[in-house]
Design a protein around this ligand. Sequence first.
Ligand SMILES: *Cc1c(COP(=O)(O)O)cnc(C)c1O
Length: 231
Amino acid sequence: MTTIARNLQAVRSRIDRAAAACGRSASEIALLAVSKSFPASHIQEAHAAGQRLFGESYAQEAVKKITALRDADIEWHFIGPVQSNKTAALAAHCQWVHSVERTKIAERLSAARPETLPPLNVCIQVNVSAEATKSGVAAGQELALAARIRDLPRLNLRGLMTIPEPTTDAALQRKRFAALRALKERLMRDGHDLDTLSMGMSDDFEAAIAEGATIVRVGTAIFGARETLRA
Ligand SMILES: *Cc1c(COP(=O)(O)O)cnc(C)c1O
């Protein structure tokens, strides 16, 4: 068994244990393997071990890998900051974009989504720890953005995504993820039909699962440490 296959198995067991610990079914939690900075051969190795959802953070790198691996049955999720000159490429190549944080980007993604494909699945990224340097809308601003996305014919708003500040404080991790969950519940009371909380990474996905994560985005624990340049 390869290292990646072994790591995947270990991550899936962690997901199973975290789900069992809070009475959830592990089948409600999708594992997104974050392959940014790793070559297509690593993705193929994970794919051979049964992994089907992959996440990328840099548009150019994503398009290159998606094109190289176009014959594999892979669902591609874009999770990095979206620049407006990359919206057409992302709308054409990805099934999901987790990191929508501006109306203009949402409009451009919708306009560029090819008619031959189903609407693009999107999440609004929310900055739940209110750090100046992190991307995402401030809590509360997702309401207006969600209302706009509802009117865009080629986008399907699925839920919310967050990257909280890194911390080993388990209570603080839970608090941040609970905040995202509460924002999603408010949107649902507002009439949005949402099924996705994209939250939790290698070091904190157990806390995210305890707070309702439906997609965990895991890189390091599957593929190993990334070069610091793109860490
Ligand atoms: C890189 C990245 C991840 C994966 O982080 P790890 O700590 O390596 O698991 C998850 N989400 C986003 C948005 C990322 O950019």
